[in-house]
Design a protein around this ligand. Structure first.
Ligand SMILES: Cc1cc2nc3c(=O)[nH]c(=O)nc-3n(C[C@H](O)[C@H](O)[C@H](O)COP(=O)(O)O)c2cc1C
Length: 331
């Protein structure tokens, strides 16, 4: 097959950077070489306060890797994925090789990439059909993840943990300093979370959306009625809790989010309890050796969420090989 043109490579990177990332840090660099595109972590974009292990960083990278594979497939080439292909260099998280013709039809997921958003706004009370929930579970399974929908009282316990984590964070100086760096009222900034992406508060904190701007001057958010029965699921990885597992969980997360978008559903994330080892441990299932990697919310959006900015593809394509880094040690 023809090697990928510069335009095709840039289109693939363009799709990859539309992935969600913790605090919109976009912690990635791409190194195209012949028929391969390498994905490297950008450690300068790591969040030491909320993510000292680099778990959320790897989830974000995994989400970008899935987008990259879907974009390579959309050029008609088979994406062959190698995770952590360079032992001894934990920064080089993946290589995607365009490997012969590809016929599997994943175009609908590829087309969902620019439409997907993280919503922090009210959803309507219209139920999500059981068939849609099943498709979302299947999407996670396809990438080796496990998506479990919760019902009351388990759901209330889970949302209670989110509120507990928020409460603890309120007086955490390092956490707030990090948020000040990554939230912005500058409409031209190309990373971080803009004011436009934050929504109103939910009445009685029924849906505990993260307060991204406790220190930013902004009009006091309104208080609104959110959906009365939030559709909440936990995404878990079965087995270990290493960088490779986090990368796989990121791919599962992104496939679920894209499948939801394709089904016309809005999606939200709250990962606050996962940032506290004791709260995260409460969510683990030791008998089945599962580790929760994300908490998700699904529903029918009551209002539009604008897109959040990204750095352009040209700015995240490395001209020279990024310096290797020792692998991340979990735990
Ligand atoms: C690992 C991970 C954790 C996240 N945690 C949260 C969270 O706790 N609360 C939230 O509102 N958004 C969360 N997000 C969503 C990001 O803030 C969002 O992806 C980013 O701002 C880009 O916006 P977009 O998803 O609308 O493109 C998380 C995303 C990832 C990948």
């Amino acid at each position: 097959m023809e090697p990928m043109s510069r335009e095709e490579v840039l289109a693939c990177v363009e799709a990859a950077v539309r992935a969600p990332s913790i605090h919109n840090t976009q912690p990635w660099l791409f190194l195209p070489e012949g028929d391969r595109i390498e994905v490297h972590a950008d450690p300068s974009r790591r969040l030491p306060s909320v993510d000292p292990q680099g778990r959320a960083l790897h989830l974000s990278l995994g989400a970008a890797v899935l987008n990259l594979c879907l974009a390579v497939a959309a050029t008609g080439r088979r994406p062959f994925l190698a995770l952590l292909p360079a032992p001894g260099d934990g920064r080089h998280v993946a290589t995607v090789t365009a490997d012969g013709p590809y016929t599997m039809d994943e175009r609908a997921l590829y087309e969902a990439i620019p439409v997907r958003r993280t919503s922090r706004r009210p959803f309507r009370d219209t139920p999500v059909p059981p068939d849609a929930l099943r498709r979302l579970e299947e999407a996670a399974l396809l990438q080796g993840g496990e998506l479990k929908f919760t019902r009351a009282p388990e759901r209330e316990l889970l949302l209670g943990l989110v509120r507990t984590a928020d409460e603890r964070k309120r007086n955490d100086v390092a956490y707030r300093a990090e948020l000040r760096t990554w939230t912005t009222d500058d409409p031209y900034r190309e990373d971080g979370i803009p004011l436009a992406a934050m929504g109103p508060w939910s009445r009685d904190d029924t849906v505990p959306v993260r307060d991204f701007a406790p220190d930013l001057e902004r009009p006091v958010p309104s208080v609104r009625e959110f959906e009365s029965e939030p559709v909440i699921a936990v995404l878990a990885a079965i087995g270990r809790d290493t960088p490779a597992d986090w990368l796989r969980a990121g791919q599962a997360l992104q496939r679920v989010l894209l499948e939801a978008t394709r089904l016309g559903l809005a999606t939200g994330l709250f990962t606050q309890p996962l940032e506290h080892p004791d709260l995260r441990a409460l969510l683990a299932d030791p008998a089945r050796r599962t580790h929760v990697q994300a908490i998700l919310r699904f529903g029918h959006a009551a209002e539009e969420t604008p897109p959040t900015a990204r750095r352009p593809a040209e700015d995240v394509v490395a001209r020279t090989r990024p310096l290797p880094l020792r692998p991340t040690r979990p735990g």
